[in-house]
Design a protein around this ligand. Structure first.
Ligand code: HEM
Length: 326
């Protein structure tokens, strides 16, 4: 579609909003954001409005003792592996988004089984920043992209440089060779509380145990657009795909309300929270039966108070779920 040629897919993708300069009339709510996603990517009956192209997986998570010192959350205090259902995805609402896209995020969404039929969720993307500061900025971005007007789109990015950071970051890196060979970030600043009541602000980051692996542009171009699913199946037949889940610890002054702002990761302490092992593919219906909800946290973990993108995600996912469940 024309839009794709004009704009990095990452900008159309996963987490969305737009700045005040051009968004004087934008009044984003969950419904208007999902409508705008549908307008950009098309309506696809029975499918997600974003991160449409994906694959459901299963596995387990084993926390470290250090995780328990940071939080009383049950999955970080378990003495035995915690069951996990997950979904890897391409950003954006195109059900046929090519796995070879460079300027698009990969998603990793997880349900941790915390017993008694309850889960807690963690949703991450393969970049440290989102492409909008708040829902109005995301709506303005989507509405501008929807016009397919090259000049308007260029003007929007010029006026809203924070919305291009994610695409710039992705374009400076190779296409991930697999869903299992790229780092993922939780984007928002969460707060852990431990058994003594001590609080710690942090951001999630998951790193493949075998390290990152990417493709050259020529290699990526030669790939089938749907190569990740068979690649994952083949990989998992040989053994689990393992990730180290970490917490990057925040320090005073780190931005807590702007998901387009980088944290100086190399200057921050990182704590290993545990080992995620993806062991096999799971029926996609298991993942489609509900939403992966970033606000579905447990005692011992809190989401950010003033991050407007974080606040609107759960309702937006609810709208998408209601529509795809009809
Ligand atoms: C205003 C901002 C955002 C909006 C409107 C939005 C919208 C959506 C929607 C509608 C879905 C599909 C939900 C469903 O039907 O289950 C979705 C999925 C997803 N979003 Fe967002 N999103 C936003 C921000 C973000 C951010 C900041 C991240 C970064 C972690 C993110 C990562 C994901 C991922 C990984 C999925 C796929 C979940 C799955 O596999 O089911 N999104 N998003």
């Amino acid at each position: 579609m024309v839009v794709k040629r004009l704009i990095p897919a990452a900008i159309l993708v996963a987490a969305l909003s737009i700045p005040p300069v051009t968004s004087a009339h934008a009044e984003a709510d969950a419904e208007s954001l999902v409508n705008a996603l549908n307008a950009v990517f098309g309506k696809h009956a029975g499918q997600r409005a974003a991160h449409t192209h994906g694959v459901c997986v299963k596995g387990s998570f084993m926390p470290t003792a250090e995780a328990a010192s940071l939080t009383k959350a049950p999955h970080f205090n378990s003495k035995t592996p915690v069951g996990v259902i997950g979904r890897f995805s391409m950003g954006g609402g195109d059900p046929n988004a090519s796995n070879a896209q460079k300027d698009n995020v990969r998603g990793m969404a997880l349900h941790f089984d915390i017993g008694n039929g309850s889960t807690t969720d963690l949703v991450m993307i393969s970049a440290p920043v989102f492409n909008a500061r708040d829902p109005d900025q995301f709506l303005a971005l989507l509405k501008t992209v929807e016009t397919k007007d090259k000049d308007k789109i260029a003007a929007f990015f010029k006026a809203n440089p924070n919305t291009t950071r994610q695409a710039e970051w992705l374009n400076a890196r190779p296409v991930p060779a697999s869903f299992a060979t790229v780092n993922y970030w939780g984007i928002h600043a969460f707060t852990f509380t431990n058994a003594e009541g001590k609080k710690q602000i942090f951001k999630y980051k998951a790193l493949p145990v075998g390290g990152e692996a990417g493709l050259s542009d020529a290699e990526a171009k030669a790939k089938d657009p749907d190569f990740y699913r068979p690649e994952l199946k083949e990989r998992l037949a040989k053994g689990p795909a393992k990730f180290t889940l970490t917490a990057i610890l925040g320090e005073p002054g780190d931005p807590l309300d702007d998901p387009t702002a980088f944290w100086p990761e190399d200057k921050r302490k990182s704590v290993t929270l545990g080992r995620l092992s993806i062991t096999g593919l799971e029926d996609d219906k298991t993942c489609d039966a509900g939403i992966f909800d970033p606000t579905n946290v447990v005692d011992g973990i809190e989401g950010p108070e003033n991050d407007k993108i974080f606040a609107i995600r759960s309702p937006a996912y609810g709208v998408s779920f209601a529509r795809r469940s009809k």
